[in-house]
Design a protein around this ligand. Structure first.
Ligand SMILES: *[C@@H]1O[C@H](CO)[C@@H](O)[C@H](O)[C@H]1NC(C)=O
Ligand SMILES: *[C@@H]1O[C@H](CO)[C@@H](O)[C@H](O)[C@H]1NC(C)=O
Ligand SMILES: *[C@@H]1O[C@H](CO)[C@@H](O)[C@H](O)[C@H]1NC(C)=O
Ligand SMILES: *[C@@H]1O[C@H](CO)[C@@H](O)[C@H](O)[C@H]1NC(C)=O
Length: 489
């Protein structure tokens, strides 16, 4: 049975999502994820016309395909080449090319031109939207309706001891803070959560909030290694999850949803029998409660990604508690369970944010970093805003895959389901390419790559005897005392 999305939520959504985009886009730009490949000059919005002439040159026809629910996944026997032209600082005139020919456009006035991007994919989805159409201002494609098994009172098969699924239609936005801004810290709920954190006895390091503006605007904090600030230098603590323990395991994650195109991603994952971890934004859960229920009931892992997607190190202790507390609450109200993992937006975490997260029962999950400058970030988030091209995202992806296969542990990659463009590059290109990789990757949610049962992804169903709750790492003092030197992978 399919529960219709509340018309009230849908009516206000476009505005909210746009507001979120601007807010997040600005912060993303400031913080710089250091994605692989980011050392190249980012093309300006003006150059996207040229970038949009990206072509896919098929080198073979699919050797086999499976078809489920009207879409097919091709298993190409050979590789598909993707070539994007150089883009200059002023708009060049894209050459028209015959199918199968390489694109040889040269931008004009190209002293800061990006180099030609040429990547070779192992497989693509033949029903995918063409790469040339995956651009900042593309017309919206159709969304696939949720195929919901999310019936009130049901329980997910993946979690034996799950409580009954709540009625999403009862969710009332008026019971929650304003969307997409940090919640007030003087509400009864937040005052209670502040007291709860104090009652744990977890010592919250007495370090200042960081300034807006990221590393360049925070010289003292960057030089203070005792903060262990991941954003600027990649410091991690033993409680951080940044990879899967087993080589060739990929902890699949999508951030910032649920959103309009999440159902398309869910349809692909379902067709391919893949499960993911979704780091959801509380404000988006208010907007798409049925999508969240569908993710959960289909066996995906749900985790916390804050209420309004701020840089957490810039907030006060109380504001961090409000961001995490409201996200935990809205997820529990929709699913009946509370996640025990969180991802800090932008990976922005230091020892203060870690201590508060652990005290609130949330283990931080970031993504894999391979050098001070490179992390496993596809940068798929920035196609929608126009600051990267789909070709660059695929180049980033191929660099990730190239490095991933040389590791003696598995890995976690940053991807997003907030925007249509990132869902299309995932379902059309990145996932089919990964699935065709030989030797194969084991693609699974983070909780699964840690060899944990799905029940252990939630506070209420966690087996506390075999999987000590996050808070115990903080309360026992282990968290404060394990003061390892900077870990850079
Ligand atoms: C740098 O930090 C100061 C102090 O918080 C702030 O006023 C300023 O706006 C920040 N600069 C940038 C570029 O964000
Ligand atoms: C690994 O990533 C780096 C970028 O940090 C890239 O230059 C390199 O080509 C990648 N290695 C492989 C084998 O893909
Ligand atoms: C693709 O086809 C080859 C040979 O037919 C097969 O061995 C491989 O498992 C298939 N890969 C996928 C992802 O279906
Ligand atoms: C584990 O402990 C939490 C409290 O931290 C509790 O809510 C939960 O029910 C416990 N898990 C089980 C399976 O009893």
């Amino acid at each position: 049975m399919k529960i219709p999305q509340s018309a009230a939520f849908l009516a206000v959504l476009p505005v909210l999502v746009v507001a979120h985009l601007e807010n997040v886009g600005a912060r993303h730009a400031r913080h710089n994820h250091n994605p692989i490949g980011a050392r190249q000059a980012a093309p300006s919005a003006l150059t996207l016309a040229a970038a949009g002439s990206t072509t896919v040159t098929g080198t073979s026809s699919p050797s086999s395909s499976i078809s489920v629910a009207g879409t097919a996944f091709a298993n190409s026997s050979g590789r598909t080449s993707v070539t994007t032209p150089p883009t200059g600082t002023s708009s060049g005139t894209p050459a028209t090319t015959a199918a199968g020919a390489a694109v040889t456009t040269t931008g004009t006035g190209t002293s800061a031109a990006t180099p030609t991007i040429s990547v070779s994919l192992r497989a693509t989805n033949p029903t995918a939207i063409p790469l040339a159409s995956i651009v900042s201002n593309q017309p919206s494609a159709a969304t696939i309706p949720l195929d919901s098994t999310a019936v009130v009172g049901a329980t997910p098969t993946a979690i034996a001891n799950a409580p009954a699924l709540p009625n999403a239609a009862l969710l009332s936005p008026t019971n929650y803070p304003h969307l997409d801004i940090p919640p007030p810290v003087d509400s009864p709920e937040v005052l209670q959560w502040i007291q709860d954190v104090a009652d744990t006895g977890v010592v919250i390091p007495d370090i200042s909030a960081t300034n807006p503006g990221g590393c360049p605007n925070n010289t003292d904090a960057v030089n203070d290694a005792s903060r262990c600030w991941w954003t600027c230098g990649g410091c991690t603590r033993p409680t951080d999850i940044t990879e899967c323990p087993t080589a060739m395991d990929w902890g699949l994650t999508y951030d910032d949803g649920p959103a309009f195109y999440t159902p398309n991603l869910l349809a692909y994952l379902d067709q391919q029998k893949l499960k993911s971890t979704f780091f959801v934004v509380g404000s988006r859960v208010i907007s798409f409660p049925n999508t969240l229920q569908e993710e959960y009931m289909s066996g995906h892992q749900i985790a916390v990604h804050t209420w309004s997607h701020p840089s957490l190190t810039e907030l006060s202790n109380e504001e961090i508690i409000a961001e995490l507390g409201w996200s935990k609450k809205v997820i529990k109200d929709v699913l009946g369970v509370t996640p025990n993992m969180m991802r800090p937006p932008f990976g922005d975490i230091d020892d203060r944010v870690r201590a508060i997260s652990l005290a609130m029962g949330l283990t931080p999950v970031i993504w894999t970093r391979i050098s001070p400058l490179a992390t496993f970030d596809t940068d798929d988030f920035n196609i929608a805003g126009g600051s990267t091209s789909v070709g660059q995202v695929l180049q980033n992806w191929e660099n990730i895959i190239g490095n991933a296969t040389t590791r003696d542990t598995g890995f976690i990659v940053l991807e997003h389901d907030l925007f249509e463009q990132s869902v299309e590059v995932a379902t059309g290109y990145i996932l089919p390419d990964a699935q065709a990789h030989n030797p194969p990757f084991t693609i699974q949610p983070v909780i699964s790559c840690l060899n944990q049962d799905m029940a252990n992804a939630y506070i209420e169903t966690n087996n506390n005897a075999t999987n000590p709750p996050a808070i115990s790492a903080a309360v026992s003092g282990k968290y404060r005392m394990v003061f390892t030197p900077l870990v850079v992978r």
